[in-house]
Design a protein around this ligand. Sequence first.
Ligand SMILES: *Cc1c(COP(=O)(O)O)cnc(C)c1O
Length: 423
Amino acid sequence: MKPVPWNLLPETAAVGESGALSIGGCDVLEVAAEYGTPVFIYDEEHLRNRCREAVALFGRHATYATKAFLCKAMAKLAHEEGMSLDVATGGELHIALEAGVPAADLVFHGNNKSVEELRFALRAGVGRFVVDSFDEIDRLEQLVPSTAEAPAALLRVTPGVEAHTHEFIATGQDDSKFGFTVSSGLAAKAVERAISSNAINLVGIHAHIGSQVFRVESFAQSLAVLGEFAEPLGLPELVVGGGLGVPYVDGEEAPTISQWGRILKERAAEAGITATLGIEPGRSIAAGAAITAYTVGTIKRLDGIRNYVAVDGGMSDNPRPVLYGSGYETMLPRSPKAQREMQARIVGKHCESGDILVRDAQIPADTVVGDILATPVTGAYGHSMGSNYNKVLRPPVVFCANGDARQVVRRERLDDLLITDLG
Ligand SMILES: *Cc1c(COP(=O)(O)O)cnc(C)c1O
């Protein structure tokens, strides 16, 4: 089978002088040797270029969805490039603030924000609240003193659009835990309530139909519903969320952020929308920017059944295959253009059979124990959804640019596992 499709690798990926894969001018094998494996290796230029695409069309109304991948370096990078940041919990808010992102450039999401989280966000001076429920309006009314300036807010609505994606990441349909339903009239009631409330300065309407969506038509449908609902309200902002899909495996194709953004703007104009349009890309900024490098630890050949190749990570650094049945490609950074003739299942080191990274992988036939093996397109929802299952230590994150490999998150140490353990 063919070598790994080059378009799935980060933008600056190249074959280095040694013949091995390089990212951001850094030899991947050297990065793996220096920081150990597993390791998330990000192409900083790739991240910056994706942010720039979004900002070129939407300015600060391009908001990076931090849940896709968040650490201080990433928060700083996205903000430096001109994006706002969206956070959905007190934890994400804390990291964004610690990174030095001004609270005014933060958007606070979430379908069940606690009183403590709302208080934290109000004190910090978060720029936008995306209000998700009547209960949240109640809480804001309890927390915002009648003398204070009301925080700027958008109402999250569900436009009744079935995005063609996995059930767990489809959020635009009526049967959803998120937001106020447009079709049932709940959204209109929420608008009335928000307008009459002293605790909310309503500035716009928000919808997010789901994630890993490839069809631009789904977004256009959502825009049509939103236009009809929101335009008569005369509010200044309309946010269509994130959700643009990215290719993970050979044969998949997705619009670029620029293409997606341009179509959204065209469709908004056609729908007569005059509000300023905003987007919230997460995956499309971060996913393609990184690979995960592992070390092959065991190879088990079961004649007539299959080959198992076990690496030193697994569902704790990438739960997507287990959660959504997601597919990935595999490659050996030592020979990035090699044919991949051997079929294998790439598995992790966790104590369950479900711990699969790549169900049906193709790898070079000369793969041996000790090889560094990489899965591309692991920059989003890998590190951020990672866990300590089996008390496996979470991998470091390394940003590569201009030949410099900068560790931005170190590997966890055994003692980190005991930080919260009171014995
Ligand atoms: C998850 C999420 C996003 C980002 O989605 P991606 O698919 O990563 O682009 C944006 N907005 C909201 C409200 C979200 O929940």
